[in-house]
Design a protein around this ligand. Sequence first.
Ligand SMILES: Nc1nc2c(ncn2[C@@H]2O[C@H](COP(=O)(O)OP(=O)(O)OP(=O)(O)O)[C@@H](O)[C@H]2O)c(=O)[nH]1
Ligand SMILES: [Mg+2]
Length: 334
Amino acid sequence: MTRSQEESRGRTAEAARLAERLAQGDRRAIARGISHVEDGTPVGRALLDRIYTLTGRGHRVGITGPPGSGKSTLVDHLSRRLRERGLRVGVLAIDPTSPFSGGALLGDRIRMRAATQDEGLFVRSMASRGSLGGVAAATYEASEVLEAAGFDWILIETVGVGQSELEVVELADTTVLLLVPESGDAVQVMKAGIMEAADIFVVNKYDREGGDRRSQDIETSLEISGWNRGGAWRPPVLPAVASRGEGIVELLEQIDGHFAHLTRDDDSLGRARKDKIERRLRALLRRALLDRATRGARIDERLEEALDRIAAREISPYRWVETVLADWMPSGEE
Ligand SMILES: Nc1nc2c(ncn2[C@@H]2O[C@H](COP(=O)(O)OP(=O)(O)OP(=O)(O)O)[C@@H](O)[C@H]2O)c(=O)[nH]1
Ligand SMILES: [Mg+2]
């Protein structure tokens, strides 16, 4: 057997072991599985392949909104309620180091709760590493790992201000957008196109001035934008004071309502998921192509070599890209 065959067998065996332990809910296996997936290792890929038949059973809920809008606080309360119902809850938080809460985030409360006795709660922060696949892909894959481990609900917290967040949002079955009475950041959120992706709006911090006005604004923009995007679900706008646990029951009702809407008589959940799968296939293919094409291209090294010279304006970035590309995939013109 060649060395690479041996390695490949080793990976398959490790993925198989992980998959088996995962399915039994072994927390260390879950954590390792997610790490593999996050790092994009061959074991991670083999694992995802192996567990695929076990995925698709959970309800994936994206919780997004501007920095400091109360996402972690809300996720904490939501997961409590779900645990009370006897449901197993996985929480994935992306880049929880916004300048707002300075990294204390993801509610230390829930992390601690998870770390203690509760077997039905698993919490993980996803590092936004700049891997080829990006954090959105890693998060999606992590949610598959959690589903394979038998978690019924996957709550995904992400700051809703950019393209990659929008990708995360797109992967959820239900997207909850949190806004606060003060406008400010909301503009950014709207620019990112997340308004259009939201299934449920929550105006949090209703204990502050201006909640009603904000709700009214959202209602108005829903009317203007024509909320019935190919379906009859009308995104509700709900008030909440997450820090006091107010509005959580109503929110859960709406999330359930949305899921029921997706799974009603016809196959809208199936269709919605197929759309997502299609986007995912394209993204996976892009990543695999890029991976394969750049193998051995020493991109990182070359970047490092070039950085100083480009910063000093000795060569232009455009020239650099052309040079790298020429080495990497000769155009055949020579
Ligand atoms: N007044 C008030 N404060 C709240 C409410 N909900 C959350 N907070 C506070 O707002 C701050 C930010 O809450 P987080 O839950 O960390 O917000 P977040 O959206 O997760 O923040 P990032 O992850 O940093 O983007 C905390 O100090 C919370 O206690 C609310 O309804 N009213
Ligand atoms: Mg947070």
